[in-house]
Design a protein around this ligand. Structure first.
Ligand code: T6T
Length: 329
């Protein structure tokens, strides 16, 4: 039997596009199964945004693990990293939700009510990457140690400055994004240990590369001693590189990015970035599925799991190729 979710409005249909490696439709049962009771083998993954290498890599890890365990994983991602769009997808799970929902909440507060509703309808909730402020909702949360990632970025920045004095800007995404906000704070905290490096503050980019590029243009004008930028994720890094390129400041201002998308790796090769902090999104997806299944099968569940981080430079990039993010599975 095949049930297809009814969606209203062209915008919603567009937002519900299945992402690169995904297949299937919410509510669809595996062939050979017979209806609603098979929901206990259904897992849903709702990442932060569609067609983005971090989440594609996460999806690849989750799909492989689900397949191995005999579960069906369906992925639907919002068009933008946006709580309202993600809420539509969560609400669209309807009154017969999957056995477990793996979700990267785009806002630590705004996503609470819709996710809680899915939980109230019987789904186990697993947070992958980002998390809600309210720690009582999820069975398990799998994420990088983002505070440590921020610190690692600041240490790298200090090494690159090699005692030179100057200001350092942090580009965060959106207030309420648990991961990047924590990276920015970790970076700022660690920066205090280097008296030669002065904080030029934290700027929000709404996770838009264009906004990140404009913030860099403005910072170069207002802060003549700017010697470094920490970009807390993929889009901010890509935008920051554009801003530096436009100003002819590539290499003159050190850029440390987070993540390891194909375009960031290309940028590292070209000398646009001096360092990247790569996550292991495939492991986050894989462990998310493992925890979901453990919760469903009454096995022990680990409340918090930390995925590894890897500091990648031009010099060590070949040895770290396994951490480069994927565009497809
Ligand atoms: O950095 C990742 C993720 O960890 C973060 O929560 C949001 O941005 C990314 O998806 C990269 O764009």
């Amino acid at each position: 039997m095949k049930k297809t979710l009814l969606l209203t409005g062209a915008a919603l249909s567009a937002a519900l596009l299945l992402t690169a490696c995904g297949g299937g439709t919410v509510g669809e049962t595996p062939s050979g199964d017979s209806g609603a009771k098979t929901n206990n083998k259904k897992l849903s993954l709702i990442p932060g945004v569609q067609a983005e290498p971090f989440y594609i890599s996460m999806q690849c890890g989750a799909e492989a693990e689900a397949k191995k365990a005999g579960y069906e994983l369906t992925t639907q991602a919002p068009q933008k990293f946006d709580a309202a769009m993600q809420t539509q997808l969560v609400n669209a799970l309807g009154s017969n939700p999957p056995a477990a929902l793996l979700i990267a909440p785009t806002d630590a507060q705004a996503m609470l009510a819709p996710i809680q509703q899915v939980k109230n309808r019987g789904s186990k909730i697993i947070e992958v990457d980002t998390a809600l402020k309210d720690t009582s909702v999820a069975e398990s949360s799998i994420s990088s140690d983002n505070a440590e990632g921020g610190k690692l970025a600041a240490k790298t920045m200090a090494e690159l400055a090699a005692g030179k004095t100057g200001s350092v800007l942090v580009l965060d995404t959106i207030a309420g994004t648990s991961t990047t906000n924590t990276r920015a704070k970790g970076f700022e905290d660690e920066l205090k240990n280097y008296p030669n490096l002065k904080s030029a503050g934290v700027q929000f980019t709404q996770n838009e590369p264009d906004q990140a590029a404009s913030k860099v243009t403005a910072a170069l004008a207002s802060t003549p001693d700017l010697i470094g930028i920490f970009a807390t994720n993929l889009n901010t890094g890509e935008g920051a590189a554009t801003g530096l390129r436009n100003a002819g400041k590539i290499g003159a201002v050190n850029l440390i990015g987070f993540d390891a998308s194909p375009s960031e790796i290309e940028g590292l090769k070209k000398g646009e970035y001096q360092g990247l902090i790569a996550q292991d999104p495939a492991a986050i997806g894989q462990q998310g599925v493992q925890q979901a299944i453990a919760a469903l099968e009454g096995k022990p569940v680990t409340r918090n799991l930390t995925a590894s981080l890897h500091s990648i430079t031009k010099a060590n990039m070949d040895a770290n190729a396994q951490y480069f993010y994927k565009q497809s599975c």
